[in-house]
Design a protein around this ligand. Structure first.
Ligand code: GDP
Length: 198
């Protein structure tokens, strides 16, 4: 019974039709101060709003679930904010969004350590050879603070490539590329799922 499955939400529309909406777990990792809360706040204003998502209730959703309509299909991303400086134990998500601030080298180094930990955990928990990695998106936030930049795009892009991650720079402050991050995360989850189901 799908009603008991926390990963599928059954929605009945006004005309009586029933839809199953997938709920994915997205871990938001990064040092304190990199902008994770600000990003979540912006996620809730996304242009990719789901059709059954009546916007009024979303604003103060304590659950941090964002509804997204992408390629004609609605999904929900449950954002789990891990405001930490060290990844102590393994976590199991459908995707990981690892945030650093482009003004803070230390937060970048920490982000790379998180990525390494996630990839190491994958090796431990996957018995069979991994056909496809869990999606990780490396996010350089505060892209508006151009003059305070201390992490270059090239360095970050290179690190992302080496670890088979996606990379994007965002600004939660001026809402730049935040929608792209959200849609891109869902896209990566769907691609990953397709491969797993094959
Ligand atoms: P968290 O600790 O990772 O959740 O970070 P917060 O979202 O609380 O942000 C920490 C500080 O950075 C706050 O003062 C935010 O206003 C600021 N901040 C977050 N994102 C941005 C951004 O994109 N640009 C700028 N200039 N400041 C930001």
């Amino acid at each position: 019974d799908d009603d008991d499955n926390p990963l599928v939400e059954r929605i009945q529309t006004e005309d009586g039709r029933v839809h199953d909406i997938h709920v994915y777990q997205v871990y938001l990792l990064g040092m304190s101060g990199t902008g994770k809360c600000s990003l979540i706040r912006q996620f809730k204003t996304t242009e990719y709003r789901g059709i059954y998502d009546y916007s009024s209730s979303v604003e103060d959703d304590p659950d941090n679930t964002v509804s997204i309509m992408l390629d004609g299909v609605e999904s929900r991303l449950h954002i789990i904010n891990m405001d930490i400086d060290h990844l102590k134990s393994s976590v199991a998500g459908d995707a990981y969004v690892v945030v650093y601030s482009i003004t803070d080298r230390h937060s970048f180094q920490t982000a790379l350590q998180f990525i390494k930990s996630i990839r190491d955990n994958e090796l431990v928990y996957n018995q069979s050879p991994i056909k496809r990695h869990v999606p990780i998106i490396l996010v350089g936030n505060k892209s508006d603070l151009v003059r305070k930049r201390s992490v270059t795009k090239e360095a970050a892009r290179h690190a992302a490539f080496k670890n088979e991650c996606k990379f994007i720079e965002t600004s939660a402050a001026i809402n730049d590329k935040v929608d792209d991050l959200l849609a891109g995360t869902l896209k990566q989850i769907r691609i990953n799922e397709q491969f797993r189901n094959e």
